[in-house]
Design a protein around this ligand. Structure first.
Ligand code: HAM
Length: 417
């Protein structure tokens, strides 16, 4: 059997891998600039963590988890997302003793056994932030602002921010009843999934792609049922976003596919993504930590899909400016001198490719041009006897001999000419 990638798992290669690493660097520096600190969490958790947080009637837990029994007969899952693990870690390590809000960010892979398609994989990477321990709407605004800053730092265009409030445990049950009552006459029209959701999770019917828009538009909206507290919170979030000049749309059918949310939910969607058009999603989860056995601790955050971000960046012709690179070709007997030149270049912030064969200089130059460097430094007998080095400009083919001490100035001069 030919061994290939497992279905839904993929290699991130070459240009994509460079963009991947670049995103990771930019994302963490944006999060850090807002005072967020990194958290590194395990890939495997007890399955029960996700049943109790993401929710056992959600698609993720019902159908998409990689769950298995280990040799000690523990039921474990590969994490399908991070928020539950952050909450588990918060409780386990008594983070309630830390100054509030506790601001954390993470980067790593998640696993969901979904039907693979464009923008949807069984292993994918997320970057996300979580802010724990404060109910202020300013924190909701802050996490949305982080997402926007990150998007702006990468120069991404054509995105839409959608926000909604899905209420709290006071007002949502009343809305759920109103929604179910409005759905009763249409029950037979619903898809099989929504017929099931009718009892377990009726809000999900609002964002089901199978249901007719006409039906969904005729249903009562949560905004009319929000309690005073949720209404005020939502107003403050909208006001803050306007003050920051962040454009957004209110989508009262946005409910998100994880059970732990309350009040604010949001998504950023992109036209460059096809049917899986959500680049990131998040919201507030004021009950999650207490539901998992911790103290009452509200939270808010978002996570962004890295593969989807790479896809958008490529569609928008994003390219990463690499450092200037230089090849070192040399006569084998002058390997020591070649090492010295390579070190000088690296110490000055350039990329140095040292030829590994040291054979015929012509062959080495051919290899240099395949690598695509800007200059090749040549160290042969002539250069050693005249105490110089030769530098070939690979674009113009011009060559020049000069003292080694002038190499860096020469390259910089050419670069900035
Ligand atoms: P989520 O909406 O399930 O939210 O996932 C966040 C992002 O992960 C999505 O917008 C998408 O870009 C990416 N994503 C999800 N599934 C896949 C997949 N199968 N393949 C590729 N990319 C995918 C959460 O995970 C929440 N924990 C977000 C959050 C953080 N809420 C509060 N804090």
């Amino acid at each position: 059997m030919e061994i290939k990638n497992v279905k839904g798992f993929k290699d991130i290669l070459f240009e994509d891998a460079l963009i991947f690493e670049h995103i990771q660097n930019i994302a963490s520096s944006v999060a850090k600039s807002f005072g967020y600190k990194p958290i590194v969490l395990p890939t495997v958790e007890y399955a029960e963590l996700f049943n109790r947080s993401v929710g056992d009637t959600t698609d993720i837990v019902e159908k998409e988890m990689f769950t298995f029994m280990d040799k000690g007969e523990r039921l474990l899952s590969l994490r399908p997302e991070f928020t539950a693990s952050v909450a588990r870690s918060y409780i386990e390590h008594h983070m309630e003793t830390k100054p509030k809000p506790l601001r954390l960010y993470y980067f790593g892979q998640c696993f969901r056994y979904e039907n693979p398609q464009r923008g949807r994989y069984r292993e994918f990477y997320q970057f996300g932030v979580e802010a724990l321990g404060d109910i202020s709407p300013t924190l909701d605004i802050e996490v949305i602002q982080i997402a926007i800053k990150l998007i702006e730092s990468l120069n991404i265009k054509n995105l839409k921010i959608k926000i909604n409030s899905i209420g709290c445990r006071t007002c949502r049950p009343i809305y759920k009843e109103a929604l179910k009552n409005a759905l009763i006459p249409h029950f037979e029209e619903l898809c099989d999934n929504c017929k099931r959701r009718f009892d377990t999770n009726p809000l999900r019917i609002l964002d089901c792609k199978e249901e007719k828009e006409e039906l969904k538009n005729s249903l009562p909206t949560i905004n009319d049922y929000l309690c005073e507290d949720c209404k005020l919170h939502f107003e403050e979030v909208k006001k803050g976003l306007k003050q920051l000049g962040i454009p957004f749309e209110i989508d009262n059918k946005l409910v998100r596919g994880l059970d732990y949310y309350s009040k604010t939910v949001f998504e950023v969607i992109s036209e460059d993504l096809g049917s899986q058009n959500a680049l990131l999603g998040g919201g507030r989860y004021d009950y999650l930590i207490e539901d998992l056995g911790g103290r009452k601790t509200p939270g808010v955050g978002f996570a962004m899909g890295i593969e989807r971000l790479i896809e958008i960046l490529k569609a928008q012709n994003y390219s990463i400016k690499e450092k200037e690179s230089i090849y070192i070709a040399y006569d084998k007997q002058f390997l020591k001198e070649a090492y010295e030149v390579a070190n000088i270049l690296k110490d000055n912030g350039f990329i140095a490719y040292l030829d590994v064969k040291g054979d015929n200089i012509g062959n080495q130059i051919k290899r240099a041009s395949k690598v695509g460097v800007s200059f090749t430094v040549i160290i042969g007998s002539e250069e050693i006897s005249t105490k110089t080095i030769k530098v070939k400009n690979m674009q113009t083919s011009e060559q020049e001999n000069f003292k080694k001490e002038h190499l860096i100035d020469f390259i910089r001069g050419k670069k900035y000419a």
